[in-house]
Design a binder for this molecule. Structure first.
Ligand code: ADP
Ligand code: MG
Length: 370
């Protein structure tokens, strides 16, 4: 897996960018984000968190209320969209219905005054790239949704833009096709070396394709990291909850020694956890533990933290069994047990322990002291 760290020379740079539509509330708050040439960066977050607004400012369809957006070190605030040399794909980016596929693809080239033999070559190449050559003479209405989206992607790439923006481009496709297209976009990105800024609310889509992911909430980047770091080392409870599943147990920091905190849970148990970004003793914290890092056991061991756990529900999912447990008053505590040894011989109501390694339990800041 390729992992890129923060770029030295930014190709795209948001510097202190703010956006308000009504002059009162900021939907983008002090956005600072540098993207390197050739990087695939995804803005991931729930609906309304400001992702599309950021992309629209980069494309030039919205203006920033404050701050600068730079492309190749040049502020583009006052450059109109069609002069920014950016390719774009949106969820419902309609192809021209009266034009054939080939004519749709030729359009961005003709606007840019390419000569006709260049246009022919480029259209053929881009059709090969998205494996749609035999559809060149069809009209959009004669294509499936997935095929239309492939042509929309080809149209965004045909003039060799150095930057491509995509806003939920796969949102209208069914799950299987969406996953297939994720791999295709990823491979096209790898082959062309084009810089991509991608917007989605779908975490697995972001994890599949991105070099780095900016997790948005409420107009603020909560964390910007590569997929592995985001999943393994979430910095706050929002990110831990949004990327993958996680069990949360509230408590208060009892003491901190090195990078290990002892945390007193609300029901009195004391457990050890990795001190991520907590304040000292007395501060509130949220423990975050991934369901697949928990084990169910009938005896405690010295090397792992363990809490009493009662089996409430078992769901057989083929490759794993999803166990919903009651753990210190939390009846939504999930443990995923891999199905490597056949179905579990567990009963509803059984009393066990749920255990984990200290390294897999993260004590996250809640921003308040008791
Ligand atoms: P996302 O793409 O993450 O769902 P948006 O950038 O579309 O978020 O929206 C962020 C916030 O800005 C939302 O509260 C939305 O209602 C508001 N908003 C978006 N576009 C406009 C607009 N053209 N006029 C007024 N408010 C808008
Ligand atoms: Mg959006």
């Amino acid at each position: 897996m390729s992992v890129m760290s923060a770029p030295q020379n930014a190709f795209v740079s948001f510097q202190g960018v703010q956006k308000s539509y009504d002059g009162v509330s900021l939907v983008v708050k002090d956005l600072n984000l540098d993207i390197a040439e050739g990087e695939f960066v995804t803005m991931l977050g729930p609906s309304g968190s400001g992702k599309t607004t950021c992309l629209m400012m980069l494309a030039g369809f919205e203006t920033a209320t404050h701050g600068d957006i730079k492309l190749n070190n040049v502020a583009i605030n006052n450059i109109p969209p069609h002069k920014r040399g950016i390719g774009m794909v949106f969820q419902n980016y309609a192809l021209f219905p009266h034009m054939t596929v080939a004519e749709n693809l030729a359009f961005p080239l003709k606007v840019r005054k390419f000569n006709s033999s260049d246009v022919e070559d480029k259209v053929r190449n881009v059709l090969d790239m998205v494996q749609m050559r035999q559809f060149a003479d069809r009209k959009p209405a004669q294509l499936s949704g997935g095929q239309q989206q492939r042509i929309a992607l080809a149209r965004a790439l045909v003039f060799n833009p150095s930057l491509v923006l995509m806003d939920e481009p796969l949102g209208a496709l069914d799950k299987q096709l969406r996953e297939h297209m994720q791999y295709e976009i990823k491979h096209i990105h790898e082959n062309l070396g084009v810089t991509v800024v991608y917007v989605t609310h779908d975490q697995s889509e972001a994890l599949t394709m991105s070099n780095r992911i900016a997790v948005f909430d409420d107009g603020i980047i909560q964390q910007l990291d590569d997929p592995v770091t985001l999943y393994e080392k979430p910095e706050n409870a929002f990110v831990a909850q949004f990327i993958g599943e996680n069990n949360q147990l509230p408590g208060v920091v009892d003491n901190v020694s090195g990078n290990v905190a002892s945390v007193k849970l609300d029901q009195g148990d004391i457990v050890k956890a990795l001190a991520v970004n907590i304040d000292g003793p007395g501060s509130k914290t949220m423990l975050s533990i991934r369901p697949e890092r928990c084990v169910l056991t009938d005896k405690k061991s010295k090397s792992m933290s363990a809490l009493d756990a009662k089996v409430l529900e078992l769901i057989y999912l083929g490759d794993h069994i999803r166990c919903r447990m009651m753990v210190t008053g939390n009846d939504q505590f999930i443990v995923k047990v891999p199905n490597t040894a056949g179905p579990l011989g567990l009963d509803i109501g059984a009393d066990l322990f749920v255990a984990w390694n200290t390294d897999d339990c993260r004590a996250l800041d809640c921003g308040t002291t008791v």
